[in-house]
Design a protein around this ligand. Structure first.
Ligand code: SF4
Length: 308
C-alpha cells in the first residue's frame, strides 16, 4: 500500500498531472489529491488547473464537467463505469420528449438541472445547480415561468419547501441517500441523545425532518466547523464524507446514520475508483473523457450557472 501511494505520487509528477477527488472517495484517495471538494468546488477548481493532465477521482458526470471546462486538457477517470444513479435516471432523449410535451401543452418553464446529470442533459437545460447554489438559482427564475427540476425529486422537494416555488419534479433519486433508515436514525438519536443530525438534501423528507441541519457537503463542513467544543454528529450522507470531517475537525465524534440495506452507505459508483486504478490511469493515460459535441452547449449553461 505504501509502495502504491509512492508510485502514484511519482507518476503524478512524471506525467504532470493534477488529482481532484470528491469527498465521497475513500480517505486514501482524498489524502493523495491536490484538491478535494464537492461537485461545485471541484468544477471551479478544474478551471484553475495548470497541468496538462487532470485525474478526476469521482464519477463520470463530474469528469465530463471537468473536460467541458478544459477542452484542451487530458481528463482521466480511473474507472469509466463509475456512474451515478441520479444521472442514469434522466436520459437526455426522455427529458427532451418530456420538455416537448410540456411545450405542446402551452406550458412556459425553465429547466433547472442538478449537476448530477449527463452533459447531454445539461445541454437541454437553462440552469445547472449544485446543492450549494440551488436555492439562489431557483429564486432567479422569473415568477411567470414554471420550473422543471431534474433529476433529484428529494432535492427538488426540499427546494420547494425552502423557497415556496412549486416545481415539476423528475422522478430520480440517489441510491445512497434514499435508503437511510428513519427507524435506525431514531434509534441512533436515542443512543447518542446529545447528537446533532446533519443530512444532505438528497435525503428523503422523513430523514430531513429529523435533522438539525440540512445542506450540501461544503455547507455541512462549514456548519460543523462552527462548533469549537467537542460534539457528536449523526451524519446522513455518503460515509466517506466522515473522513473529510474527521480530517478537518478532529475534535468531534461522527456517527454514520445506517441505511436500510447496508450499514455503510458508501456509493458503489464512487467505490469503483481504487488506488490501483488511479495508478494505472496515470501510467497508461486512459481511460480518458473524450470531447463530445453536446459539451459546447453544456459548458455555456454550466459557466453561466456555476462560474459567473
Ligand atoms: S452518492 Fe448518489 S448522487 Fe452521489 S454519485 Fe453516488 S449515486 Fe450519484
Amino acid at each position: 500500500m505504501i509502495d502504491l501511494i509512492e508510485e502514484i505520487k511519482d507518476l503524478k509528477k512524471a506525467k504532470n498531472a493534477t488529482l481532484l477527488a470528491h469527498y465521497y472517495q475513500e480517505g486514501d484517495i482524498q489524502e493523495l489529491a491536490d484538491f478535494t471538494g464537492d461537485s461545485l468546488k471541484l468544477a471551479r477548481e478544474a478551471t484553475k488547473v495548470k497541468t496538462p493532465v487532470i485525474v478526476f477521482c469521482g464519477v463520470h458526470f463530474m469528469a465530463e464537467t471537468a473536460k467541458m471546462l478544459n477542452p484542451e486538457k487530458k481528463v482521466l477517470l480511473p474507472d469509466l463505469q463509475a456512474g451515478c444513479s441520479l444521472a442514469e435516471s434522466c436520459p437526455a432523449e426522455k427529458l427532451l420528449r418530456f420538455q416537448e410535451m410540456l411545450r405542446e401543452n402551452g406550458r412556459r418553464f425553465q429547466t433547472v438541472t442538478y449537476i448530477n446529470s449527463s452533459a447531454a442533459v445539461k445541454a437541454l437545460s437553462d440552469w445547472v445547480v449544485t446543492s450549494g447554489n440551488a436555492e439562489e438559482i431557483i429564486r432567479r427564475v422569473p415568477a411567470d415561468q414554471e420550473i422543471l427540476f431534474v433529476p433529484d425529486r428529494h432535492l427538488g422537494q426540499y427546494l420547494t419547501e425552502i423557497t415556496g416555488r412549486k416545481m415539476i419534479l423528475w422522478n430520480g433519486a440517489c441510491i445512497v441517500h434514499e435508503i437511510f433508515s428513519v427507524g435506525d436514525l431514531l434509534t441512533l438519536k436515542r443512543q447518542v441523545p446529545a447528537g446533532i443530525t446533519v443530512a444532505h438534501p438528497e435525503c428523503p423528507a422523513n430523514i430531513r425532518e429529523h435533522s438539525d441541519f440540512v445542506g450540501g457537503t461544503e455547507a455541512m463542513l462549514k456548519y460543523i466547523g462552527g462548533f469549537a467544543d467537542q460534539k457528536d454528529f449523526l451524519v446522513a450522507t455518503e460515509a466517506n464524507m466522515m473522513w473529510q470531517m474527521q480530517h478537518k475537525f478532529p475534535q468531534h465524534r461522527y456517527h454514520p446514520v445506517p441505511g436500510i440495506t447496508c450499514a455503510c452507505n458508501k456509493c458503489p459508483h464512487m467505490a469503483r475508483n481504487t488506488l490501483e486504478k488511479v495508478r494505472d490511469c496515470l501510467m497508461y493515460g486512459r481511460p480518458e473523457i473524450e470531447w463530445q459535441p453536446e459539451f459546447a452547449r453544456a459548458r455555456e449553461v454550466v459557466t453561466r450557472s456555476l462560474l459567473n
